[in-house]
Design a protein around this ligand. Structure first.
Ligand SMILES: Nc1nc2c(c(=O)[nH]1)N[C@H]1C(S)=C(S)[C@@H](COP(=O)(O)O)O[C@H]1N2
Ligand SMILES: [Mo]
Length: 290
């Protein structure tokens, strides 16, 4: 089942926009570029691009190297240990995960904090379904995720590209939001290693670095976890990291982005266009909690 990437309000604004163009006498043939400038189409990024332009610092600091360097990465057998403040801690084998949680296809925009973006058809299941299995305790307020550390297979770990393991975190209500998924595949196939095989988080309303790859450990915790990028540079990377065109990165604007495969930059949308998550942040100052 595919869920549409573009919410209805965007379609409506597109129709209004087309009317506006007609009034100005703009020919139909020129509209795709105008759409691009105004956020109005969300074509799926070709698999060849989404699997060849990656951020995966365990393998490399470069974008095109992970595809080559992760080629032989061993992702089977693979286990994910889920524990911390839970009634039923469990270690799941990947086979068990695939059998127990029905896998669905979902097309999401992915917006990197570096101001490029893609549209990726993921296959996966709601993170909430996994959390339900282990029964979080009432004191559990956050979820902490860790990536595998395999120095023998990961040249970027050997090089010390970052302090590993790569750690990410979500507040528990964010983690339970139906848009937050654990992905096991993309484009109808298992995840390529460079995209975080065999299982990675996808949180489409947050900058891409929150969507931690090749997860081996998930813990329910009481305190906000110290995440890799926040620890690296707290002034540049916040814990929340919600896509927000009004809060610039100290070194570049976040108002617009380059959609991989397009010519013109397009406007960045609040929460990457997923306005249904806005209620999670009611009463919070998102310029302080960036
Ligand atoms: N473990 C780990 N997860 C990671 C990263 C990383 O370097 N290591 N990079 C992040 C960043 S910055 C982005 S933009 C996305 C990129 O995902 P993709 O390569 O599947 O497009 O993965 C995120 N997850
Ligand atoms: Mo990123």
């Amino acid at each position: 089942m595919n869920e549409p990437v573009t919410p209805e309000w965007l379609y409506l604004s597109r129709r209004r926009f087309i009317k506006g163009l007609a009034a100005l006498g703009v020919v139909a043939g020129s509209t795709p570029l105008a759409y691009a400038a105004d956020n109005l189409s969300d074509e799926i990024t070709p698999f060849e691009k989404a699997s060849a332009y990656n951020n995966f610092y365990e393998f490399s600091l470069g974008k095109t190297e992970p595809a080559d360097l992760a080629k032989g990465f061993v992702t089977s057998p693979w286990r994910v240990a889920v524990g911390g403040l839970v009634a039923k801690p469990a270690t799941f084998d990947m086979k068990e995960i695939l059998a127990r949680f029905p896998q669905r296809d979902r097309v999401y925009r992915l917006r990197c904090v570096e101001a490029w973006s893609m549209v990726i058809p993921w296959r996966g299941f709601p993170l909430a379904a996994l959390l339900d299995e282990v029964k979080p305790a009432p004191e559990a307020k956050f979820v902490r995720f860790e990536t595998a550390v395999v120095p023998k297979q990961m040249p970027g770990v050997r090089a010390g590209n970052l302090p590993f393991p790569y750690v990410e975190g979500l507040r528990i209500d964010e983690a339970r939001h139906p848009l937050a998924i654990l992905a096991t595949g993309m484009y109808g196939k298992p995840l390529p290693p460079q995209n975080g095989a065999p299982i990675r988080l996808v949180v489409p309303w947050k900058y891409g670095f929150k969507s931690i790859k090749s997860v081996v450990k998930i813990d329910l915790v009481a305190e906000q976890p110290r995440t890799t990028w926040q620890a690296q540079n707290p002034a540049e990377y916040g814990f929340y990291a919600n896509v927000n065109p009004t809060v610039d990165h100290p070194r570049w604007s976040q108002a617009s982005e380059r959609r991989i495969g397009e010519w013109l930059r397009r406007k960045t949308l609040p929460f990457n266009g997923y306005m249904e998550v806005a209620s999670l942040y009611k009463g919070m100052d998102l310029t302080k909690n960036f």
